[in-house]
Ligand binder design. Structure first.
Ligand code: BV8
Length: 321
């Protein structure tokens, strides 16, 4: 990337920052083949993702919401981290406690890229399962089985056609781990909207502990509170006036969801600099960011973070990792 005045100024801010915060959104995982929430194809079948990511939707039609999440679990499992995830992971390894990443994503790709230290999944994880029975505290922190139950087989190919990979019919008896079937996710094609199945509640995932409760995805839905311990960790990182957050990286997010989006404002209001990385400059108004880098963050991040993560970090051929 050509050394422009803006890039030079950004590098000065990057190298002098006492602490750095990253607020990450769905745009980071686009290069891994995953959908954004509000982009052109922010739809799942004929439904808006926002409408499905609510407790009401789950209460009204748990089968529909489970098909939405089962499809996203499958897509995330068959996807791989991209260079944006690896660049942030490298930053986490080099900066340690001086760096915190608040991700709104639930796809688990940061962890698979080797991200360490202060990584907060504000909106939970597709691979966490929770019992909905009031008195049951069952949580499965990392379940990567697909399909979770036979009734959820068959919804996975909604957006992506497998690139001439033999597709074994889901073995209804044996649950299988989903292996990445391609070294690069096939290009998303315009989905044919298969009719959504009607799944009787009894055929949906149920709690293996209390044997009664319906399981739900361990994500934070709209109208649900972010876990207090995560909010406390984020607040403590930003409120620490001894070592203030001098720079916030706003990466692949539309900034429309609270409270994630509020942390960017907090850093700015405390005098920190704001660097925006987005394929479109659609974050707030034009005057909001101190540095703006337009493009695919999987291309931008390894390059603009090079003074801190080095150049040898970005292997030309990612298969080697
Ligand atoms: C809470 C998990 C309180 C589920 C998600 C009115 C005004 C303001 C706020 C509110 C309001 N009404 C209600 C609220 C609060 C509400 C909210 O913010 N609503 C929004 C819709 C207005 N927030 C909440 O409800 C939160 N909880 O406030 O609790 C409370 C307190 C006590 C007790 C009870 C309640 C909970 C919010 C969490 C919702 N769950 N996800 C799931 O994933 O299924 S949020 C969901 O949106 C995803 O996590 C997603 O990540 C997130 C944010 O969206 P983005 O990541 O920004 O994605 P988006 O598609 O919007 O944008 C993608 C961006 O990437 C674009 O800018 C695009 O240009 C860019 N891009 C695309 N490709 C690339 C790229 N950039 C770079 N490179 C590329 N290649």
């Amino acid at each position: 990337m050509a050394e422009t005045g803006e890039l030079k100024a950004f590098h000065e801010a990057l190298l002098s920052a006492r602490k750095i915060l990253a607020v990450v959104g769905a745009g980071v995982s686009v290069a891994s083949g995953l959908q954004t929430f509000r982009g052109a194809n922010g739809l799942w079948r004929n439904y808006s993702a926002i409408d499905l990511a609510t407790p009401d939707a789950f209460h009204i039609d748990p089968g529909l919401v489970w098909q939405f999440y089962s499809s996203r679990r499958f897509q995330a499992l068959r996807s791989k981290p991209n260079r944006a995830h690896y660049a942030l992971a490298e930053l986490s390894q080099r900066l340690g406690d001086k760096f915190m990443c608040l991700t709104q994503n639930v796809d688990g790709l940061h962890q698979r890229a080797g991200h360490v230290g202060k990584l907060l999944e504000l909106h939970g994880s597709l691979f966490r399962l929770k019992c909905t029975e009031f008195f049951c505290e069952y949580v499965d922190e990392d379940n990567r089985e697909h399909p979770l139950v036979p009734a959820l087989a068959g919804c996975e190919d909604e957006f992506v056609k497998k690139r001439n990979v033999p597709t074994a019919a889901p073995d209804r008896k044996k649950r299988r781990k989903v292996e990445p079937v391609a070294d690069k996710p096939a290009e998303p094609v315009s989905p044919e909207f298969k009719p959504v199945k009607t799944i009787p509640e009894g055929d949906l995932p149920h709690c293996p502990k209390c044997k009664k409760g319906l399981l739900r995805p361990g994500v934070v839905w709209f109208g649900e509170s972010i876990p207090i311990k995560l909010l406390d960790q984020a607040d403590a990182f930003i409120a620490d006036t001894e070592t203030p957050v001098d720079l916030v990286l706003v990466i692949g997010t539309s900034g429309t969801v609270w409270p994630a989006n509020g942390y960017v404002e907090q850093v700015k209001n405390k005098g920190g600099k704001v660097a925006i990385f987005n394929i479109e400059m659609n974050y707030k108004d034009d005057s909001f960011g101190d540095f703006k880098f337009q493009g695919d963050c999987s291309e931008l991040l390894p390059e603009v973070l090079e003074p801190l993560i080095g150049s040898e970090f970005v292997p030309r051929d990612w298969k080697r990792r």
